[in-house]
Design a protein around this ligand. Structure first.
Ligand code: SF4
Length: 372
């Protein structure tokens, strides 16, 4: 998405000035405004959020936010789209910087997924395939899933989404994150070589033979997160060598060998709850976004908490929500102007809502993904 440059007045704000002006605008807007903040946002942004959470929790917050006229979403574009779908048109969802996208979500587009489905229909019975999209996807892919009897999932409820899907069909087309699909499937007892194929959208039949497609239970889209995909097995081994007794806690978007070598795996909320509930004196190497890891380390000083990747791995697109952008959209609202309003077209909204409501109906997962 294109984002026009900030007016020079905002680009020149100091952190202190931005903080003061954001707080003033919040006071002026009062209950007309709710700010949602994803855990990967920087501290200078997250301190202004009324609610913080991962994608699943923020989708719940958006759906439950009934009074606010404006929902300012400090996250990335697909999250703002989901919030718009889950709220009535009288509530306006605003993304402070339209350039805050998600590199993983961009790895699957509507044309590619429709082409994939058509190719699958030529070699197998698509009535037995249930499409499951990670919430990190464009609204028109959620609509595709809604139109084809599938569901949206998040890292919080991926196991439940897959269990639900396998009650409806014998195969799952999972996009766009191969790692979440593979790691969750393995925890459910599936074998990655026997039961799973990878779909490369740039190759005929995804780079597979018709026989492998017919044999496979999981068709995993070849997409990944540019943050979590950076974690390496070598980093796990180094952490165990350098920090005896350390617990390795990873997000399920990490590659399979890192997940296999970890001690615990789960969503962002699971990671937070695990660290907060850990005994004082314990050590934790965490494989997720650095803003969250730094906050966890700061808030849990009775434990040793550090990032598994010593090179540090921020989500560069989340980082585009700078306090100056937040200040700009809020002061425009005070002036009666709605900037960066994210609106999902009506023809996409209804089927995408069906898939998102299915996701919320599944609820958060009851089981942890603790590695045995
Ligand atoms: S952390 Fe990864 S999946 Fe999440 S918004 Fe950033 S690029 Fe996308």
């Amino acid at each position: 998405m294109y984002q026009a440059p900030l007016p020079p007045e905002y680009a020149a704000l100091t952190d202190e000035q931005a903080f003061e002006r954001i707080q003033n605008a919040k006071r002026t807007l009062g209950e007309r405004l709710v700010i949602l903040g994803h855990h990967y946002q920087r501290d200078e942004v997250i301190k202004h959020a009324d609610f913080t959470g991962d994608s699943y929790k923020l989708a719940q917050n958006a759906a439950a936010t009934k009074q606010a006229e404006f929902i300012v979403f400090c996250g990335v574009h697909f999250m703002a789209e989901s919030a718009d779908i889950l709220t009535p048109p009288r509530q306006k969802v605003i993304l402070p910087n339209l350039a805050a996208g998600c590199s993983m979500a961009d790895m699957a587009n509507h044309f590619q997924v429709r082409s994939c489905w058509k190719q699958l229909s030529e070699v197998t019975d698509t009535s037995q395939i249930v499409p499951v999209t990670y919430i990190n996807s464009a609204a028109n892919l959620k609509a595709f899933v809604g139109e084809h009897g599938g569901t949206v999932c998040t890292s919080t409820n991926a196991p439940q989404a897959l269990e639900w899907a396998f009650k409806k069909g014998s195969k799952v087309l999972f996009f766009p994150d191969q790692h979440l699909g593979r790691n969750t499937g393995i925890k459910m007892g599936y074998d990655h070589e026997r039961d799973m194929v990878l779909w490369d959208p740039f190759k005929p039949l995804g780079g597979n033979t018709p026989e492998r497609i017919r044999e496979a239970t999981f068709i995993l889209w070849k997409g990944h997160c540019s943050v979590h995909g950076r974690f390496k097995l070598e980093q796990v081994m180094n952490a165990r060598r350098d920090h005896p007794g350390v617990n390795i806690l990873v997000h399920p978007e990490v590659p399979m060998d890192v997940a296999d070598a970890s001690d615990f795996m789960g969503s962002t909320e699971y990671i937070i709850n695990t660290i907060e509930g850990a005994k004082p004196g314990t050590k934790w190497a965490v494989a997720t976004e650095i803003n969250l890891v730094s906050r966890l380390a700061h808030n849990n000083s009775d434990k040793e908490v550090f990032c598994l990747d010593p090179q540090i791995c921020p989500c560069s697109t989340m980082y585009r929500i700078h306090p100056s952008f937040l200040c700009w959209v809020l002061e425009e609202l005070v002036a009666g102007r709605v900037m960066n309003h994210v609106v999902v077209p009506d023809e996409v909204r209804a089927p995408a809502l069906k898939a998102l409501e299915q996701m919320l109906a599944l609820g958060p997962t009851k089981q942890t993904l603790a590695v045995d």
